[in-house]
Design a protein. Structure first.
Length: 231
C-alpha cells in the first residue's frame, strides 16, 4: 500500500441476512483515498453508501475482500485493533447528535473521550481551539438550543476534528442545512485537508456541494458505476 493512501479497498463484498434471505449489498468495491483528499460518495437510497462507510469506519466486520486503513488490514482484525483504529477517525452524521444539556465546548470535549490520558484542562483547550477553527469562538458556552442548525452541525464537525483524525467519515452532514451553511461545513473539511492533511469521505445526496469534491464516486445497487476524478 502506498503510504500516501489513507484507505484502500479491493474486492470488497458484503451481505446482510442469512440462509434464503441472505442478500448481497456490496459488489467488488475498489476505492483509494489519498491523504488530504475530499471524496464524495453518491447514490440513491439503498445503494450501499452507508454500508461502505460503516465497513471502512471499523463499525462493521469485513466479510470478504480487503480493506486497508492507515496501513492496517481490517479483514480479520480483532475488536481491540478495530477500537484502536476508530480512535484515529472522526465521524459526522446528518443528525448532529449534540447533548442538549451540554455547552458547545462540553459537546466537543466528548470527542476526546476515546483518547486516554487527556486531562480536562487539555480537553477544554483543544475543544475551544476546534470551535475556533469552525468559526464558533463566540459560542463556546452556548447550549445547542441557542444555536442555529448550521452552528449545531459546525459543533459536530468540531467534535469530529478535535482529536485530529487522519480520516473523517461524514454521512449526509449537509442534508438538513441551507445552502450557505452546507457550503461552510464542506469548505471547513476541505480546509482541514489542505492544512492538516485530514482526509474526508462524505456520503451525500446534496448536489450543491459536488463542485468542491476532489473525486465523486457513484454507487448503484451496491456497485461503483462511475468515478469522476476532479484532479
Amino acid at each position: 500500500m502506498d503510504h500516501d493512501n489513507i484507505l484502500e479497498t479491493n474486492g470488497l463484498n458484503h451481505w446482510f441476512g442469512a440462509g434464503e434471505v441472505r442478500k448481497q449489498a456490496l459488489f467488488d468495491i475498489n476505492l483509494t483515498l489519498k491523504r488530504g483528499s475530499f471524496t464524495v460518495l453518491m447514490g440513491p437510497s439503498g445503494s450501499g453508501k452507508t454500508t461502505v462507510l460503516t465497513l471502512v469506519g471499523c463499525l462493521r466486520a469485513v466479510q470478504e475482500g480487503s480493506v486497508t486503513l492507515l496501513d492496517r488490514q481490517l479483514n480479520g482484525a480483532t475488536e481491540a485493533e478495530l477500537v484502536a483504529l476508530r480512535r484515529r477517525l472522526g465521524f459526522i452524521f446528518q443528525a448532529h447528535n449534540l447533548h442538549e444539556s451540554l455547552t458547545a465546548t462540553q459537546n466537543v470535549m466528548m470527542g476526546l473521550q476515546v483518547h486516554r490520558g487527556v486531562s480536562d484542562a487539555k480537553a477544554q483547550t483543544a475543544a475551544r481551539h476546534a470551535l475556533d477553527l469552525v468559526g464558533l469562538s463566540d459560542r463556546v458556552s452556548y447550549l445547542p438550543a441557542n444555536l442555529s442548525g448550521g452552528q449545531k452541525q459546525r459543533v459536530a464537525v468540531a467534535r469530529a476534528l478535535v482529536g485530529n483524525p487522519a480520516l473523517v467519515l461524514a454521512d449526509e452532514p449537509t442534508a438538513a442545512l441551507d445552502k450557505d451553511s452546507a457550503a461552510e461545513v464542506v469548505d471547513l473539511l476541505k480546509r482541514m485537508g489542505a492544512e492538516r492533511g485530514t482526509t474526508t469521505l462524505l456520503v451525500t445526496h446534496d448536489n450543491r456541494i459536488l463542485d468542491r469534491a476532489d473525486c465523486i464516486l457513484t454507487l448503484e445497487d451496491g456497485r461503483i458505476v462511475r468515478v469522476d476524478d476532479r484532479h
